[in-house]
Design a protein around this ligand. Sequence first.
Ligand SMILES: NC(=O)c1ccc[n+]([C@@H]2O[C@H](COP(=O)([O-])OP(=O)(O)OC[C@H]3O[C@@H](n4cnc5c(N)ncnc54)[C@H](O)[C@@H]3O)[C@@H](O)[C@H]2O)c1
Length: 365
Amino acid sequence: MPQTILEGTSDLSTLLSDRRYMLVCGNSFRHQPLYTQLASNAAVVFGGFSPNPLYEQVLDGIHIFNGNHCDAIVAAGGGSALDVAKCIKLYCHTVALHDEAQALSNTPSEFNFLLQEKSDTGIPLFAIPTTAGTGSESTRHAVIYYQGVKQSISHPSIVPDVAILEPSLLKSLPLYQKKCTMMDALCQAIESTWSVNSTDESKGFARQAITLIRDNWQDYIIKQSDQAAALMLKAANLSGRAINITATTAPHAMSYKLSALHQLPHGHAVAVCLPEVWEYMLAHLDDCADTRGSTYLSDTLASLAVSLSWYRNLMVQLGLASPVATDKAQELPTLVASVNPERLKNNPVKLSKEILTTLYERILH
Ligand SMILES: NC(=O)c1ccc[n+]([C@@H]2O[C@H](COP(=O)([O-])OP(=O)(O)OC[C@H]3O[C@@H](n4cnc5c(N)ncnc54)[C@H](O)[C@@H]3O)[C@@H](O)[C@H]2O)c1
């Protein structure tokens, strides 16, 4: 079923009437007036997760969801809250079946829901993003960490049934988080454009997202205007819809370990990786991995609504610097080894381990 995207929260109480829902939200959402309305009608509120959420936290959420006999989920927050909610939806029946089997058996077994088959639980999911940002409210992806390693979970059933875009929720977002999340949206849209999986539809979403960010970032970040916040939320949503089709490419794949090693927010880590990949690709179009060919790739890069020099200048104006490595020689192999080869396959120019090493050398100070 196509997703419903609503602007504003006015239809929310009607949509949620008669539902026994779990509200999944982080602490930051508890200060929002909307929290009081949603929490007072929820069967249970779950906030036991961190930014870059963990497997164990999702498992806790599933037990609370099942234990309270909920029949719907409302997720309000950044990508972390939305991704936790998506995993609760996807795996709550699997975990319930496992728990029932355990109750009948005397021998406890190792259980990892990430290894189980995924299927649609049919649980209605309502997503309210509070960052303009990941676009997770419109993607089939969820990111959680298992034993320190990032797991990207994808399934069509976890695209939220309803996405609710309410720009006033961005007001409380700290300036640095605004910058990082905006850069995540911009990088997603740029990567989606050059991804080998791009289609005319995905490129249309991505172009709109890039143009909205290019034309409104100053009003959003510097003037903090309400109108720009609404446009940024729209841009982030469009970038989510773009990567829902294409998935992300090398800069995202390279960012996860960098984020973990340097405690950088997701968007900051991606934002410092992207220009180095972009510059390398411009100089190595002959190593094109896109079946549409190097001329197509060259035209695609040239058709981006922003240039590499504009991007680098934006990073300077935002004050988003590269991380400083205390021991580069030690860090480089860890970073290179962390890059998921599957995700690299989406990149339009081939990147070997040697090239990744060179790129990380340029990224790190
Ligand atoms: N599922 C997807 O398609 C997708 C896409 C991109 C990224 N991600 C994942 O999303 C996560 C990052 O999400 P994010 O960048 O939105 O950040 P986040 O959800 O981790 O939030 C960052 C911080 O900002 C706070 N916060 C959020 N909204 C706020 C608000 N309005 N006011 C005040 N504080 C607020 C949070 O409490 C948290 O401390 C990562 O785990 C990333 O891997 C998922």
